[in-house]
Design a binder for this molecule. Structure first.
Ligand code: COI
Length: 359
């Protein structure tokens, strides 16, 4: 251990009640028995690491995070394999991204090993919460908040807390792997050059809720974000990245600084190349998306993210008209990548990249 953890065991939920909750988990509604908490201040650095019973936090109303939003988070999953072992997927990639987000938000980095040890301790302790059902997992939510008690906005907080909580998760989208219908947001933008778009911070999500509500009103599952300068180039979806499939060539919007560098996005780029596809980062304009979907040159579009995995996108709605990709049906490249990536996570496929991390 890079840092000593104090263990305060929880009164565990009775097994029968836990099994009832695991049978049909919604996303992010119920939580496992324990949580991790580690403190930081300028004098002591990271200290006071605990595995403690899951429960409410007692914070002063003047705590900085409530007012100025200095907060970052991560998302990854623990999977129970058919042989009973429990694994996580690329936890060091999430640790590295957390620290990149921290840098942008003027927060202290957490040693990557401590991040992974915290996950290991929580998952090993609450192992019974990792669902057995195929397609289900234990979603892990590491996050860091500014805890200095002060309304003065003179600079970054003097104190922080890193926490990890865990919740059993089924399919993120109600329709499972059915194609999504997405809404092209032209009234709002998510991130501008020089802003916080590449950081995984709560404010990036809060600012998108009004557009997500517009999407829902129009019968859409997700918002498509365009670049803020020209409103011409596709950045990403509300909670995930996007891939465009032209036969055997895949293109995903390049990391311009305004979109989230997704771990699943990075995994799909590597996996697609391994499977013999051409996988590239580039720029996709809305005009080309529409024209290429119409001509059939664009064969599939899919979204990818930790919570939603790989999900086809079948229909686009916008103020200037609607269009369909690949007849609105799931395509073979999307299905193959979903199957291969799931297979690596569950152990049904080899892991040539060393992505799987045993607990
Ligand atoms: C994830 O996919 O892990 C995310 O953080 C998206 C979140 C809005 C559920």
């Amino acid at each position: 251990m890079t840092i000593p953890f104090t263990v305060r065991p929880a009164d565990r939920l009775p097994a029968a009640e836990r099994e009832r909750l695991l049978a049909a988990p919604a996303f992010g509604e119920v939580f496992s028995d324990h949580m991790i908490s580690i403190e930081w201040d300028r004098q002591s650095g990271w200290h006071g690491a605990q595995l403690a019973p899951y429960g409410p936090l007692l914070l002063d109303p003047a705590t900085q995070v409530f007012h100025y939003g200095q907060e970052v988070f991560e998302g990854l999953k623990a999977y129970r394999r058919p042989d009973g072992t429990v694994v996580t997927f690329r936890p060091f990639a999430n640790a590295a991204r957390l620290n990149r987000s921290c840098e942008r938000m003027a927060m202290p980095p957490l040693p990557e090993e401590t991040f992974v040890e915290a996950l290991e301790l929580l998952v090993a302790t609450d192992r019974a919460w990792v669902p057995e059902q195929p397609g289900h997992s234990l979603y892990l939510r590491p996050f860091m908040i500014a805890t200095q008690r002060s309304l003065g906005f003179y600079g970054p907080s003097d104190a922080y807390r890193f926490l990890v909580i865990a919740c059993p998760a089924g399919a993120y989208f109600k329709a499972g792997a059915e194609p999504l219908t997405v809404w092209l947001s032209e009234d709002y933008t998510r991130a501008a050059p020089g802003g916080t778009g590449a950081a995984k911070c709560g404010g990036n999500y809060a600012g998108t809720l009004v557009a997500q509500a517009q999407a829902r009103e129009r019968g859409c599952d997700q918002v498509v974000w365009l670049d803020a300068a020209e409103r011409r180039w596709v950045d990403e979806l509300g909670t995930s990245n996007l891939f465009f499939v032209y036969g055997s060539r895949l293109v995903t919007p390049e990391l311009s600084g305004t979109l989230l560098p997704g771990v699943t996005r990075d995994s799909v780029l590597a996996l697609a190349a391994e499977l013999g596809y051409t996988a590239e980062e580039g720029r996709i304009s809305v005009a080309d998306w529409r024209a290429d979907a119409g001509s059939g040159r664009l064969t599939e579009v899919f979204s990818c993210g930790t919570s939603s995995m790989i999900t086809p996108v079948g229909h686009v709605r916008s103020a200037h008209g609607d269009w369909t990709i690949g007849g609105g049906r799931p395509g073979p490249v999307t299905a193959r990548l979903r199957e291969e990536l799931t297979g690596i996570q569950t152990g049904e496929r080899p892991d040539p990249f060393g992505w799987v991390h045993k607990i």
